[in-house]
Design a protein around this ligand. Structure first.
Ligand SMILES: Cc1cc2nc3c(=O)[nH]c(=O)nc-3n(C[C@H](O)[C@H](O)[C@H](O)COP(=O)(O)O)c2cc1C
Length: 255
């Protein structure tokens, strides 16, 4: 079956779909839109069609919701909120609602991916969170013992039993073939989580440990060919920041 189906009785032949198709996979002939090969199922034709004449055969559009432009969010408030976002490492002992988890995952699902590959996966550690953390802690205790001889950063590190996940209620590993796609999905998820009042910690340490520990990689059971790109720790912040810390000057070059 074709990826895109044009209802010829609704199509008005305006050509908006063809003009906006990145793959040039749709064209207008005889006053109607037609599909040729090369469609990447990005849904631009579906989204732009003024007549609602297009359906995407592999997808349901039931849960997509209405268009809300980003301009609905005041840009000054958004910018200041992004500057005020902090990495959270102290969490309250409180669970996160399923609906909130769903919203976070939905934000990740809708992040852009190169060529619309949508090849990003989300692994919730759930019942394995504790056992996986134990493995990682054990590895780090050994490794840091050696590294501490050379690095003050490692010497100061307290690798306690909750070193990786900070007793947070939700840990999601975001994986993919492509680090950029998974990273963008993670950033979307963080912003959505923050807007729900949740705090987030990216655990680079966990990703390093996971790469070194076959047992952890096996437990994660990621899709074939995926590497863990980010490990995101979510929970209710048990810390409140009173001011925005300064940053280095922007490095901007105008050519
Ligand atoms: C890719 C990535 C990996 C990180 N890994 C860790 C980590 O393993 N442990 C940790 O405590 N913080 C980690 N962080 C948080 C950074 O230390 C933090 O973003 C930085 O110090 C700036 O603080 P801010 O996020 O509050 O602005 C990580 C951040 C990023 C983006």
């Amino acid at each position: 079956m074709d990826k895109i189906i044009v209802d010829k009785s609704k199509c008005v032949g305006c050509g908006e779909c063809a003009r906006d198709c990145v793959a040039s996979a749709i064209y207008v002939d005889g006053g109607k839109a037609h599909l040729r090969t090369g469609c990447i199922e990005c849904g631009h034709c579906f989204a732009v069609c003024p007549a609602g004449a297009i359906t995407m055969s592999s997808y349901s559009a039931d849960d997509c919701g209405e268009v809300v432009p980003m301009t609905a969010i005041d840009s000054g408030t958004l910018l200041q909120a992004m500057k005020s976002r902090r990495t959270i490492r102290q969490f309250k002992d409180e669970p996160i609602d399923r609906e909130m988890i769903d919203k976070i995952l939905e934000a990740g699902r809708y992040a852009p991916t190169g060529a619309n590959s949508q090849n990003v996966a989300f692994t919730i550690l759930g019942s394995k969170q504790e056992s996986i953390e134990r493995e990682c802690v054990s590895l780090f205790r050994k490794g840091v013992g050696i590294g501490a001889k050379f690095s003050a950063f490692l010497r100061n590190m307290d690798i306690n039993d909750s070193f990786f996940f900070k007793k947070a209620p939700l840990v999601i590993v975001v994986s993919g073939h492509d680090a950029v796609n998974a990273t963008l999905a993670s950033a979307y998820m963080e912003i959505e989580a923050n807007s729900l009042g949740l705090g987030v910690l990216y655990s680079g340490f966990f990703c390093s440990a996971a790469k070194m520990l076959p047992k952890v990689r096996k437990a994660l059971n990621l899709p074939k060919g995926h590497t863990p790109v980010t490990c995101m720790i979510f929970g209710w912040p048990d810390v409140k920041y009173k001011r925005v810390p300064p940053r280095k000057e922007r490095k901007v070059t105008v050519l």
